[in-house]
Design a protein around this ligand. Structure first.
Ligand SMILES: Nc1ncnc2c1ncn2[C@@H]1O[C@H](COP(=O)(O)OP(=O)(O)O)[C@@H](O)[C@H]1O
Ligand SMILES: [Mg+2]
Length: 244
């Protein structure tokens, strides 16, 4: 996946201002930054939802400008805001989104069960989503992103506001998917989380990437990598704390 000099404004406001990076096959790549940095806008452009004002996107050898449909067929998206039908059961949500991804009803059902099982929710398959905890809903959101067997996953803050058990389940699943060859773009404002699962990270602030490397290399520039955190790196780069 290659993103080259992406720009996106909303009115006069430049939400994404010249963002370039590429992700290697099989890599977990983290896009880090505080709220408002432009992470979601970047993911929305990469996932064909929002057209960039300028710049180039190539995914799986396909150009966004002429082959958005081909790109859509090889990506899975877990949006920051949960997209679930509260009145439907977990399995019916999965089947619905599987059909939307172009699966026939039998494949949709088969994949829905497999992905619910993967996320540890098969026993709740027939339960209404309205009754689920925030963490369970997040896990279903991730299970939905897997419908249609994507090669590249976009996960936008998949662990915000959830219990530690669901959070660990999500980490383990992402790492498990990587073992099977999945490529992942992961956004978060939790630096520690990125440090734990990402091979490389880009730190974003004010619509720009201000640093990009392995967590180890970024931390090494400040001192001993086992004592420095990515929070420290952000503070050093911007003069601001992430939590401000
Ligand atoms: N549809 C929109 N209209 C106007 N402003 C937007 C829109 N989407 C995002 N923004 C603004 O762009 C900036 C970046 O937002 P976003 O990409 O959601 O950041 P992040 O995901 O890093 O928190 C924010 O200041 C946000 O308010
Ligand atoms: Mg966001």
């Amino acid at each position: 996946m290659i993103a080259k000099d992406l720009h996106k404004s909303f009115g006069d406001f430049k939400a994404v201002n010249g963002v370039s990076f590429s992700i290697n096959k099989g890599e977990i790549f983290g896009l880090l930054g505080p709220n408002g940095a432009g992470k979601t806008t970047t993911i929305r452009m990469l996932s064909t939802v929002l057209a960039p004002d300028s710049g180039q996107i190539i995914i799986g050898g396909h150009s966004m400008k002429s082959e958005a449909e081909a790109i859509r067929s090889i990506i899975g998206v877990c949006p920051q805001d949960l997209a679930l039908y509260e009145d439907l059961s977990a399995i019916d949500n999965m089947i619905f989104f599987g059909r939307m991804a172009g699966l026939n009803s039998q494949d949709a059902r088969t994949q829905a069960m497999a992905n619910l099982k993967l996320m540890g929710l098969e026993e709740r398959a027939k339960g209404k989503v309205a009754k689920f905890s925030g963490g369970m809903k997040r896990r279903i959101n991730l299970a939905i992103a897997l419908m249609g067997n994507p090669q590249l996953l976009f996960l936008d803050e998949p662990t915000v506001g959830i219990d530690p058990q669901s959070r660990n389940n999500i980490y383990e699943n992402i790492l498990g998917l990587q073992k099977k060859g999945m490529t992942v773009l992961y956004t978060t404002h939790y630096m520690e989380e990125a440090d734990r699962i990402c091979q490389r990270v880009a730190i974003m602030d004010g619509g720009k990437i201000i640093a990009m490397d392995t967590p180890y290399q970024l931390k090494s520039q400040l001192g001993s990598p086992d004592k420095v955190t990515l929070e420290d790196v952000f503070l050093k780069l911007t003069g601001r704390s992430l939590r401000d």
